[in-house]
Design a protein around this ligand. Sequence first.
Ligand SMILES: Nc1ncnc2c1ncn2[C@@H]1O[C@H](COP(=O)(O)OP(=O)(O)OP(=O)(O)O)[C@@H](O)[C@H]1O
Ligand SMILES: [Mg+2]
Length: 162
Amino acid sequence: MATLAVYPGSFDPLTNGHVDIILRGARLFDRIVVAILLNAEKSPLFSMDERVEIAREVFKAQSNVEVDTFDGLLVDYVARRHAQVIVRGLRAVSDFEFEFQMALMNRRLDARIETIFMMPAEQYTYISSRLIKEVFTLGGRVHGLVPELVEARLQLKVRRDA
Ligand SMILES: Nc1ncnc2c1ncn2[C@@H]1O[C@H](COP(=O)(O)OP(=O)(O)OP(=O)(O)O)[C@@H](O)[C@H]1O
Ligand SMILES: [Mg+2]
């Protein structure tokens, strides 16, 4: 049976840390779905449509990477997709506690689903979407930390009136 993995997150915006994990996942599993969570934050910088469009563009050459959205319980979405695996990224020990809780709760909710953790390349271990938004908004350089498309979109969005 083909192994389908789901990589959930808010991806507001997609960073090179996310891209690293997705490409690793695409090598390991038959197919990986980047599942963008609806309504994760009340005021996201990028709309759902923008986030979907960006991810589809970045992975257009990877035929086994799919981009989708979901709402509600992650395990329900995973079961609906007939996926077997949830992929999560681990950057540092600080990610561990929350991820450990989520993985065990999700296992309790649906024992058929395995959570797999992957580490990004070292140079991406300190990147988060929140930090990218903060640094960029304050005028800092994020070149090399996000896909070029994201950098261009940030420019349009944040510096349009600068
Ligand atoms: N730089 C990174 N390297 C590896 N995994 C990452 C990285 N950034 C995020 N992840 C993982 O990607 C998944 C989705 O995370 P999420 O959408 O919350 O991204 P984030 O960068 O943590 O955003 P935010 O700062 O808004 O929380 C999580 O499993 C998270 O641990
Ligand atoms: Mg996060």
